[in-house]
Design a protein around this ligand. Structure first.
Ligand SMILES: [Zn+2]
Length: 93
């Protein structure tokens, strides 16, 4: 998806003749889901801003499928960390 968007950005750059008017371009959503067919309308500068940053081009309501690290607070997941205290008896007399 990323290479596809790079191609779109390339075309967008070649079309950028009037810097005062930024047209919207359709970029593919980069959430990483195989069944995602969403497109995101972005101005080229906005796309490049995202590209240079840590983020991804995402459709509304979409989130990156793969966790990028930081912000690992998954809502709803209860950390059931029941410490299994196995009675380990020292049977060595
Ligand atoms: Zn998506």
């Amino acid at each position: 998806m990323r290479s596809l968007n790079e191609g779109i950005a390339l075309v967008a750059r070649s079309f950028a003749s009037d810097p005062t008017e930024e047209p919207l371009w359709d970029f593919a959503c980069e959430c990483g889901r195989a069944d995602c067919r969403e497109w995101v309308e972005l101005e080229l500068p906005r796309y490049e801003e995202i590209r240079h940053g840590p983020g991804s081009v995402l459709a509304e309501g979409h989130t990156t499928f793969l966790p990028i690290g930081r912000r690992r607070s998954a809502p709803g997941s209860v950390g059931a960390c029941a410490g299994t205290s196995s009675p380990s008896r020292a049977s060595s007399a």
